[in-house]
Design a protein around this ligand. Sequence first.
Ligand code: ATP
Ligand code: MG
Length: 255
Amino acid sequence: MAHIFAVANQKGGVGKTTTTVNLAAALGQQGQRTLLVDLDPQGNATMGSGVDKRKLTQSVYQVLLETADVAGARHVTEHGYHVLPANRELAGAEVELVDQDHRETRLKDALAKVGNEYDFVLIDCPPSLSMLTLNGLCAAHGVIIPMQCEYFALEGLTDLVNTIKKVHANLNKDLKIIGLLRVMFDPRATLSLQVSAQLEQHFGDKVFKAIIPRNIRLAEAPSYGQPGVTFDKASKGAQAYLQFAAEMIERVKAY
Ligand code: ATP
Ligand code: MG
């Protein structure tokens, strides 16, 4: 059965999609069968994987509404992993699911059918604690939280941790925080180092050892429809994500 992880943080622009796409590619390069689920109507993980969100006939939207299954809607990317894509249509799911049965577990139920085809399933969540994110959290065994080491990052974390606790208590007993990933890290900034030290103090070994630096190659890669890990494997950002993937592979051995 696949290890299913949601990459979540309700704060916008903190590096969720960059982390999901690059971790998927890095796991693929390390021989892990990986599915990326784009659960964001922005479709950034879809485009960043080289799949054109404007040309989808089926996507995660139909999967949530149960008019398509994962096997029919997924794409094989050129970067060593599969993607269940998304586009703007997905924004409608929020409303359309409101009066439907088992609406929080639609993604979980759909993934159960392909679970033994993968080692890892990574879910890129949107920047909100919405019904979409709830589907991601219900489907997952764990949450990966990317965060920038800045002052307000810690404030937002409380809401996310409380949401994860609630989902754990009411909907998904398997759910736990796998770890906090420091991203867009600038080792020259005193604040980065301070917040980073605070995180380690507070969350201990829940803080991943791998640290993702701020690296322009990671930001350039999506416009070529590629993960940074394949766009420029030698770059510092790519190397950090490869290290992170190795750490994830080690961690799941403990479960
Ligand atoms: P949203 O909340 O809108 O979904 P997000 O949390 O998925 O955003 P990303 O889209 O991954 O965040 O990143 C936000 C911006 O920061 C993007 O332009 C991305 O290219 C850039 N970025 C992410 N990580 C890095 C990094 N390590 N170095 C440099 N730029 C980065
Ligand atoms: Mg995103």
